[in-house]
Design a protein around this ligand. Structure first.
Ligand SMILES: Nc1ncnc2c1ncn2[C@@H]1O[C@H](COP(=O)(O)OP(=O)(O)OP(=O)(O)O)[C@@H](O)[C@H]1O
Ligand SMILES: [Mg+2]
Length: 532
C-alpha cells in the first residue's frame, strides 16, 4: 500500500501539485494521465520513495516495483538474466545454501549442527521464492517481452536502450512486488509484447499506477483514472475505467459550463437592476448589496478552465539538394556472431517517404544509426548526395546533450541562428524563457522529444531519419507533430509502431527488414505496423 499525505510538489516557483492525499491499495489499477511536463514522472518517483516531495509525505508499505521512464541503472558488467533474477534475491539464497551444504559436510561439529539447523529454513525460503521454477519463470517473462536467450546472456552494457528497458520491465514483473509503478512501460515494446503486458496487468491483483500514452493499454487495464491537471496543479480522481472516465469528464465540463452561464446571466440581471437603483438615495444600500451578491456568484463558479497549450508546429522548407540525397549500398552489420542484416541497398530520393518495417531486433534502429553515421557498418557504404542535410531523431534522445541547457542544444544544432531566432523556435515548441536555461537532463520525457524535434527543425534538414518520434508525446503534441510531418517537403525515413504516424506520412515505399526487400506501400502493410 502507498499513502500520499498532503503531498506537494514544487519546482522552483512553479507548483506542480498542491497538497493532495490519496491511497494506492491492492486491486487499484490507476491510470495516471496529464499533458507532457505535468509532473507524472516526478510524482511516481516520489511514490516509489526515490524522490522527495516539497511538503507532505508518501508512506510505503510492502514491496514496490518501479519502472522509471528512462532507466539507466544497473551494473553494466552484469548479465541481463542475472539482473532479472537478482530482484528476488535468488542468487543470494542459492549462495547461502551452498555454504550450508559445505558446512554440513565439514569436520567442525558445532558448525555442522548449525548448518543442519539452518539448511531447511534456507531451502524453504528458496522454495517460497519460486526456487528452481523461478528461473524458468524469469525466462518466460523475458521471452514475452521480446528478450531472447541470446540477449539474456549479454552484459547490460552491450544492450540497446530499448533492450535495457525491457530487461528492467521483466525484472519488475518477475519481482512479485505488491505495488507496481510503471512509467510508459510500452515504449520499445512490439505489439505482441504489448498485448501480453496488457493481459498481465489486467490480471494483476496488487496495486498499480501506470503512465502510458497507449490508450488501448489504459483502457483494458485501469479501474481508476488520476488526471494530473498541470494548469491547476491538482489531481482529479475518478474511480472508474477509461471509457466511463472520458464520458464523466465531458459531463463535468458541460456542467461547469452550464453553471457558469447561469451565474453570469443572474449576475447580469442583478447588476442591471442595481445600476438603475443606484441613483436613488433610498435604494443605494440595497443596490450595493446586489452588486456584492453578483460578484460573489461569479467568484463561486469556476471560470472556463484553461485548456492545454499545444505547439503549432511546421517543419520549415528543407534546404535544396540533388535528386537522390542519400544512397546506401551493400550495408551489413553484425554484433558478435549475430547477423542483424546483410547487403542492404537503399536510395532515398528528394522528398520521398519511406517506412521501415521489421520485427523487433530486425535492425530498424541499427539501420537508421548507420544511415545517420553515428555507427559504422561492417561492410558497404553510405553516400551523401549533393546538398544533403541530415536530421536524425534517435529513440532514446541520444542526440541531445543532457548536460547542456535547452538553449545550448539548439545552438549546437544551428550555430548560425541568432538569439532571437533560437528563442522563436523554442517558443513555438513551448519552451518558455525559464525553460531555456534548464539542463536537458531534467526535462520530462515528452519535453525531451520536443527539444530533439526542435533541433531537427532549425537545421533545415532535407532528409529526416525518425526513430519512434511519437513515443512519450501527449495526444495533443502527437497530433501537432504528425500534422507537421504530413506537410513536410523533405524526405523521411520512418521507424514506428504507431499506425497514425504512418498514416500521416503517407509513405510511397516500405523497406522490410532484415531482408531489405523494398515494395510500394499499400494498405496491407498497415496491419504489419503495430506487429512489427
Ligand atoms: N530539476 C529540475 N529543474 C527544473 N525543472 C524540472 C526539474 N525536474 C523536473 N522539472 C520540470 O518539471 C516538470 C515535470 O516533469 P515530469 O517529468 O514529472 O513530467 P511528466 O508529466 O512525466 O511528463 P512526460 O509526459 O513528458 O513524461 C517538467 O516541466 C520538467 O521540465
Ligand atoms: Mg514522464
Amino acid at each position: 500500500m502507498i499513502a500520499a499525505q498532503e503531498l506537494e510538489m514544487r519546482i522552483g516557483a512553479r507548483v506542480l501539485l498542491h497538497p493532495t492525499s490519496f491511497h494506492v491499495n491492492a486491486g487499484d489499477r490507476i491510470g495516471l494521465v496529464g499533458r507532457n511536463g505535468a509532473g507524472k514522472t516526478t510524482l511516481t518517483r516520489i511514490l516509489a520513495g526515490e524522490g522527495l516531495p516539497s511538503a507532505g509525505k508518501a508512506v510505503q508499505k510492502g514491496s514496490i516495483g518501479y519502472l522509471p521512464q528512462d532507466p539507466r541503472t544497473g551494473d553494466l558488467e552484469q548479465l541481463a538474466v542475472d539482473r532479472i533474477l537478482a530482484v528476488r534475491d535468488l542468487a543470494g539464497l542459492a549462495g547461502k545454501m551452498r555454504a550450508a551444504e559445505e558446512a554440513m559436510a565439514g569436520d567442525d561439529e558445532a558448525a555442522r549442527d548449525k548448518a543442519m539447523d539452518r539448511y531447511p529454513r534456507l531451502e524453504e525460503r528458496f522454495r517460497a521464492a519460486g526456487g528452481y521454477a523461478a528461473e524458468s519463470e524469469a525466462h518466460r517473462i523475458a521471452a514475452n517481452l521480446g528478450l531472447d536467450e541470446r540477449v539474456l546472456g549479454q552484459p547490460l552494457g552491450t544492450l540497446s536502450g530499448g533492450q535495457r528497458r525491457r530487461v528492467e520491465l521483466a525484472r519488475i514483473l518477475f519481482s512479485d512486488a505488491e505495488i507496481l509503478l510503471l512509467d510508459e512501460p510500452t515504449n520499445h515494446l512490439d505489439a505482441d509484447s504489448i498485448s501480453w503486458l496488457r493481459g498481465f496487468l489486467a490480471a494483476f491483483s496488487g496495486g498499480l499506477i501506470v503512465i502510458s500514452h497507449d490508450v488501448d493499454l489504459i483502457r483494458t487495464v485501469v479501474n481508476k483514472v488520476f488526471h494530473l491537471d498541470a494548469n491547476r496543479g491538482v489531481i482529479d480522481q475518478y474511480s472508474m475505467g477509461w471509457d466511463l472516465y472520458l464520458k464523466q469528464r465531458e459531463a463535468d465540463e458541460r456542467r461547469r459550463h452550464r453553471e457558469r452561464a447561469n451565474a453570469e446571466k443572474k449576475a447580469e440581471v442583478l447588476m442591471t437592476q442595481a445600476n438603475k437603483m443606484r441613483a436613488s438615495a433610498t435604494k443605494a444600500v440595497a443596490a450595493q448589496q446586489m452588486i456584492k451578491r453578483a460578484e460573489r456568484m461569479l467568484a463561486e463558479t469556476e471560470g472556463q478552465r484553461q485548456s492545454d497549450r499545444v505547439a503549432a508546429l511546421r517543419f520549415p522548407t528543407p534546404a535544396p539538394c540533388g535528386k537522390t540525397p542519400l544512397t546506401a549500398s551493400g550495408l551489413s552489420k553484425n554484433y558478435g556472431s549475430l547477423e542483424v542484416f546483410t547487403d542492404v541497398d537503399l536510395a532515398i530520393d528528394r522528398g520521398s517517404k519511406v517506412v521501415v518495417l521489421g520485427l523487433n531486433g530486425a535492425g530498424k534502429t541499427t539501420l537508421l544509426r548507420l544511415l545517420s553515421g553515428v555507427e559504422d557498418a561492417d561492410t558497404g557504404t553510405v553516400d551523401a548526395g549533393h546538398g544533403m542535410k541530415l536530421g536524425y531523431y534517435a529513440q532514446e534522445h541520444d542526440t541531445l546533450d543532457l548536460d547542456a541547457t535547452v538553449q545550448e542544444n539548439m545552438r549546437h544544432a544551428a550555430p548560425d541562428l541568432d538569439d532571437s531566432g533560437v528563442r522563436g523556435v523554442l517558443g513555438s515548441f513551448l519552451f518558455s524563457g525559464d525553460d531555456a536555461d534548464k539542463p536537458a537532463r531534467v526535462l520530462s520525457g515528452g519535453e525531451k522529444t520536443r527539444l530533439a524535434l526542435a533541433t531537427l527543425v532549425v537545421s533545415q534538414a532535407n532528409v529526416l531519419l525518425l526513430d519512434e518520434p511519437t513515443n512519450n508525446l501527449d495526444p495533443a503534441s502527437r497530433a501537432e507533430i504528425l500534422s507537421a510531418l504530413h506537410s513536410y517537403e523533405g524526405a523521411v525515413v520512418l521507424v514506428t509502431h504507431d499506425e497514425g504516424a504512418v498514416d500521416a506520412l503517407e509513405p510511397e515505399r516500405v523497406l522490410l527488414l532484415p531482408d531489405a526487400v523494398e515494395d510500394l506501400y499499400n494498405q496491407s502493410y498497415r496491419d504489419l505496423i503495430a506487429l512489427a
